[in-house]
Design a protein around this ligand. Structure first.
Ligand SMILES: [Zn+2]
Length: 292
């Protein structure tokens, strides 16, 4: 039998203290919201695709089955300022093509006439009042309106920046105005990051869909913890049975990331909100209602 010496016990203790500091421990749900006051869910368009099976390789029944994907943005009010997570498909591109903007796998449309800018205005906000901006990854349906927030500090994984935004790189899916984001003040991260230093909003790396994909763990005072998965999974079925869509950058990393997120969701007793899961999104309160 392997015995633990004092050094390994010390290391184990440090690991658990670090994990608890980052993700909170079971039973403290809602008690460690720090400076977070509330979170709004904003409508950021929706997409339709003719074949669900590209997200569920090996699942026969999804072959040739059309799918609708929801797309949400999340606005967080923290004592240190407003943070926007995800920016949706470019509202100026969608305005030009009201019947849908086709991309290689999906056609995006903004069925609600209210753009992201208008939804912020309804809350009395202009883009310059957003102090922090981040997105799960640099695909067009998440980064599309990023350039509207040119004064915000951008939180992005170094790996995602290098792959999509580095001027020397060749972006495989260049979204509108993506290159403008290079001018934002930015924090290029290499791992999980507690944004405000109070444990209330934590970026959690979940690479696989893209090289530097990330998810967000938000702790609200009354709602408790909410994990925003981004495209780590696209709908509930891929959360329950981790599998990598055909277009993912790294399939093995995708599955590992889903397992990591499932662990965090369990530890922090978080609700899991899957951005593109239209059935789940239909159950959420949309702005101007909010979660506190
Ligand atoms: Zn994506």
């Amino acid at each position: 039998m392997k015995s633990f010496n004092s050094t390994s016990i010390f290391r184990l203790t440090c690991f658990f203290i670090a994990a608890m500091a980052l993700y909170g421990c079971a039973g403290t749900t809602g008690g460690d919201a720090g400076g977070v006051e509330k979170m709004y869910v904003l409508y950021c368009g929706e997409g339709t695709a003719p074949d669900k099976s590209r997200w569920t390789p090996g699942v026969k029944e999804n072959e040739g089955k059309p799918i609708t994907l929801s797309n949400s943005c999340y606005l967080i009010k923290h004592a240190k300022g407003w943070m926007l997570w995800e920016t949706g498909y470019s509202e100026s591109l969608l305005a030009m093509m009201p019947k849908g903007f086709p991309t290689p796998n999906l056609s995006w449309v903004w069925k609600n006439p209210k753009t992201l800018t208008q939804q912020l205005a309804d809350l009395g906000l202009t883009p310059t009042q957003i102090k922090y901006v981040g997105f799960s990854h640099a695909h067009p349906d998440h980064i599309g309106n990023g350039s509207l927030f040119s004064t915000a500090t951008l939180y992005i994984q170094q790996a995602e920046y290098d792959f999509y935004l580095d001027p020397k790189g060749k972006p495989p899916a260049a979204p509108a105005n993506w290159e403008k984001l290079r001018a934002n003040p930015s924090v290029k991260m290499k791992g999980d990051t507690d944004i405000f230093g109070d444990g209330s909003v934590t970026i959690v790396t979940s690479a696989g869909h893209t090289p530097g994909h990330q998810s967000l763990l938000v702790k609200l005072p009354r709602t408790g913890a909410v994990l925003l998965t981004g495209d780590a999974v696209h709908f509930r079925d891929n959360w329950d049975t981790p599998r990598a869509p055909v277009q993912n950058f790294d399939k093995e990393a995708t599955v590992k990331s889903v397992e990591k997120l499932r662990g965090i969701a369990a530890t922090s007793k978080a609700q899991v909100w899957i951005n593109h899961d239209a059935a789940q999104t239909a159950t959420l309160k949309m702005s101007p209602a909010y979660y506190d």
